[in-house]
Design a protein around this ligand. Structure first.
Ligand code: PLP
Length: 353
């Protein structure tokens, strides 16, 4: 039982939800969501409603000026009787860091977690239960003022959508080294989940896909030489038994999967190094056989092994054609915690009561 009464027509919509057949990541967004409105300095109560009854004006600050942020998190119900959410407090904290950067009000952590729990509870029976499946949860906030003045909105919507997701392909992926475009600047918005960052990366995604790559590898915005991250994931490689990842910069995102991996590596006595990584030196090390293992990390795929780095002219360097041993070990350990097979020694999973 939750404190929120659900209108009968909404309960009917929930009960009769038809989940789209294509449940690849992010596609099967369900019709009912949770929403709250910010006006006059206060948040309304959370409401369970249909996406189709939620109004956002075409003249809103969000649409006209991209004053919009989001989070991406997951609810799991594989071995668990009731759903569990991965690191909700940390997602709430990052959401409010994004809000600060974009001059938006905070969503109190308690309200953020109640909203996530509520929509997860509403759709608990729609969470796929096979391994590597989950309910992707998408909190977002955006300015709703009907105004063309170039100032922060005074009114906002906070919404939480969900999308059941089936196993992400664990195939080895190739990645395009993006040597031309820049995703985000130092001092810009790359370090937060601001909506506009993602639109800015689409041009590179198109080029990557045309070359048979899954995504792009972004380099630093000043010299185009040091590795930052992939479009939705952080980057790791293994050398001499050490796990190496780029040192955080204001231009790219501090992933929670990244920090989870670093915690697990410490637990397994795998030395972890955060440093600046020159892409050309890394390529030379792959060519001379010193590096045979690289992967990306993020909520969507958890850990995704990288097969190769490709250049725009089609030439590539191959790390390996099978996931490496450290990649596989860390992936299995994290997924076992998320899916309820292993003890949650780090306290990352929160049950929904
Ligand atoms: C969300 C995101 C990540 C991964 O963060 P997680 O907390 O691990 O999901 C990495 N890079 C970008 C640009 C992102 O938006």
């Amino acid at each position: 039982m939750n404190m929120h009464s659900i209108r009968p027509e909404i309960q009917t919509a929930i009960d009769t939800t038809v989940v789209p057949a294509d449940k690849t990541f992010g596609k099967a967004v369900l019709p009912v969501m949770v929403a709250a409105e910010f006006d006059g300095g206060n948040w309304s109560d959370l409401e369970v409603k249909l996406d189709s009854e939620h109004m956002v004006s075409a003249g809103s600050t969000a649409v006209q000026y991209a004053q919009s942020i989001f989070e991406g998190m997951k609810a799991y119900r594989v071995e668990q009787d009731t759903p569990q959410i991965f690191r909700p407090d940390d997602h709430a904290a990052r959401f409010n860091r994004s809000a600060d950067r974009m001059c938006m009000p905070h969503v109190p952590a308690d309200m953020f977690k109640r909203a996530v729990n509520l929509i997860t509870e509403v759709y608990a029976d729609f969470i796929p239960r096979e391994t590597n499946s989950s309910l992707y949860v998408r909190p977002a906030m955006y300015g709703t003022d009907y105004s063309l003045t170039i100032t922060p909105s005074e009114r906002y919507s906070f919404t939480v959508h969900v999308a059941p997701t089936v196993p992400f392909s664990l195939d080895m992926k190739s990645v395009l080294i993006e040597r031309e475009n820049t995703r985000a600047a130092v001092g810009g918005t790359g370090g937060v989940k601001a909506a506009g960052n993602y639109a800015a990366s689409f041009i590179s995604l198109r080029r990557a896909q045309a070359l048979g790559c899954a995504t792009s590898l972004w380099l630093d915005p000043i010299e185009h030489r040091y590795i930052e991250e992939l479009s939705l994931m952080n980057f790791f490689y293994v050398k001499d038994g050490k796990l190496i990842t780029p040192e955080l910069q204001s231009s790219f995102l501090p992933g929670l999967t990244r920090s989870s991996i670093m915690k697990m590596a410490e637990y397994f006595n795998i030395e972890t190094v955060e440093e600046s990584i020159d892409v050309n030196a890394l390529i030379a090390d792959v060519q001379n056989g010193a590096i045979i293992e690289a992967f990306s990390s993020g909520t969507a795929a958890v850990i995704s092994p990288i097969k190769a780095f490709k250049e725009a002219d089609g030439t590539e360097v191959i790390f390996g054609t099978e996931p490496g041993p450290i990649t596989s070990k860390l992936r299995a350990a994290l997924v076992d915690i998320q899916e309820g097979r292993a003890e949650d020694v780090f306290g990352w999973m929160k049950f929904i009561k």
